[in-house]
Design a protein around this ligand. Structure first.
Ligand code: ADP
Ligand code: ASP
Ligand code: MG
Length: 460
């Protein structure tokens, strides 16, 4: 049995969480690769350091390094980890300080420097986790994630190069498993073909784990987080959200793309390719059933969850008919490609397109180019709500129930994804909470006892 287990930041947020996590690893049979995130909040701190450097506020950057160092020192002391761990922390903190001095002297903050800063959190957490496992008598060793996952050189949002990664992972893990039972790697971090540190984008540790699981042909991928699994909606907004015990790959993948933060959007694809079952579980309730993600949907007559995304911008583009209908659509998408702005939802007629984006960095360049052949309107403060489930393809009446709940709320776009397991709408952000809670009540308010939709907090 070969398992890849991924633990998010909340599963290593303090000494207690580290202990719970190491107990879960120890009680899992067979060989294991463990992928771990930075301690909760640390990547945010590192991002703040980068923002301070961007503003040339070097004092602020140094202060934040001080508090990052203290947070780790505390957990290392609470866990009574080895002197090597303390020493490693000191070395890494000195490296960060040196890097900041270099940025100050050069007056330049590059993507390469950003990734060196961002990767600090996972370098530390993986070293600490390997140390606590060894202390418990487990043959565990930390592995530099950059030797496992190889990417292009798009610093801070790198793309995995699968041929090189598959070879590196299978070769390196095979070697290490000769003498170890557990390999611990930091999530989110990788390196380019020249060995320079890269990162996979925020929340990318889930993706690291699935890339490694696919590369080493693991029997199972477990994503351990701070909620019981994938729920019928975000539990922070919908208090009565239920655990969905089984989802298909496609349902889980659409949920992740449409805002369920519990999984990074890219996580599912490598698992599908390698046909690895994925399980999402709660490290605070390890006895719970979690969500199992497999090939085929268990019930195709219902929706499984409601996801949402905030801070979405809608762009309406109307052709001024300088181009033929086919020329119009392709020209529009060429412009988004040119400015590397990804489009989420699209609805079209022959002469107009409405689409949504959530990264506004290049919006003015996009607008300027579009205005050469069309009129453009931009609307901000929108939100997307998506109902996800294979039932949308198979069952009549779901859309009617969906829109019935939204009576009185202005819906500015409607889209049924090509996968047909996703019905998405765009509304004004201030109506979001009311709409999500209302939709959840409509589809999940009356479940009673159900094996597919379990109450949270239950153990098996
Ligand atoms: P980790 O640190 O383990 O990667 P994340 O914070 O990235 O954890 O993801 C877990 C969080 O995702 C949950 O605490 C929850 O607030 C949020 N979330 C949003 N939608 C869902 C959903 N449908 N099911 C479960 N969690 C969700
Ligand atoms: N630590 C990184 C982040 O917070 C990656 C991850 O946790 O998945 O974004
Ligand atoms: Mg996450």
């Amino acid at each position: 049995m070969l398992t890849v287990l991924k633990f998010g930041g909340t599963s290593v947020k303090d000494a207690e969480a580290f202990k719970r996590t190491s107990d879960i690893i120890i009680s899992t049979d067979g060989k294991k690769v463990v992928v771990v995130s930075a301690l909760a909040g640390i990547t945010d701190d590192l991002t703040n350091i980068i923002s301070a450097l961007d503003r040339q506020n070097y004092e602020r950057a140094k202060e934040t390094i001080g508090s990052v160092s203290l947070k780790h020192k505390q957990v290392i002391a609470d866990l009574d980890l080895s002197n090597d761990c303390d020493l490693f922390l000191e070395i890494k903190i000195s490296e960060l300080k040196l890097l900041i001095e270099a940025v100050e002297i050069l007056g330049e903050l590059t993507g390469k420097s950003k990734d060196l800063i961002l990767s600090f959190g996972e370098c530390m957490s993986s070293t600490m986790l390997a140390d606590i496992l060894s202390k418990n008598g487990i043959k565990a060793k930390q592995k530099e994630a950059g030797e496992l996952i190889i990417t292009d050189s798009e610093f801070t949002e790198a793309t995995v190069l699968f041929d090189q990664t598959n070879e590196a992972c299978s070769c390196e893990c095979k070697k290490m498993f000769d003498t170890n039972d557990v390999i611990v790697a930091g999530g989110f971090i990788a390196s380019d073909v020249r060995g320079r540190r890269t990162t996979l984008g925020r929340g990318g540790s889930d993706y690291s784990a699935s890339v490694i699981a696919a590369a080493i042909k693991a029997d199972r991928l477990e994503i351990w987080t701070d909620v019981d699994g994938i729920l019928t909606s975000d539990p922070h907004l919908v208090k009565s959200a239920r655990l969905v015990t089984e989802l298909s790959y496609i349902e889980a993948s659409e949920l992740a793309f449409f805002g369920a933060k519990v999984l990074h959007p890219k996580t599912i694809r490598p698992a599908i390719n390698a046909q690895i079952p994925v399980v999402v579980k709660n490290s605070y309730n390890p006895g719970g059933p979690g969500t199992v993600i497999v090939n085929k949907a268990v019930d195709c007559s219902i929706i499984k969850a409601i996801a949402y995304r905030k801070d979405v911008t809608v762009i309406n583009i109307r052709s001024n008919r300088m181009l033929g209908a086919y020329g119009f659509l392709s020209k529009v998408f060429e412009i988004f490609k040119k400015h590397e702005t990804s489009v989420d939802l699209v609805t079209t007629t022959e002469v107009s397109i409405s689409l949504t984006i959530d990264d506004e960095t290049k919006i003015y360049e996009v607008k300027k180019d579009l205005e050469e052949f069309s009129s453009v309107e931009i609307f901000r403060d929108k939100a997307i709500i998506s109902a996800i489930g294979e039932g949308i393809r198979e069952t009549a009446g779901i859309a009617a129930r969906f829109f019935n709940v939204l009576k009185g709320i202005n819906v500015s776009m409607v889209s049924v994804g090509a996968s047909e397991v996703n019905l998405s709408i765009v509304i004004e952000q201030p109506h979001l909470d009311q709409a999500v809670i209302g939709l959840h009540e409509e589809f999940f308010g009356d479940l009673g006892e159900s094996d597919l939709f379990r109450k949270t907090g239950e153990s098996k």
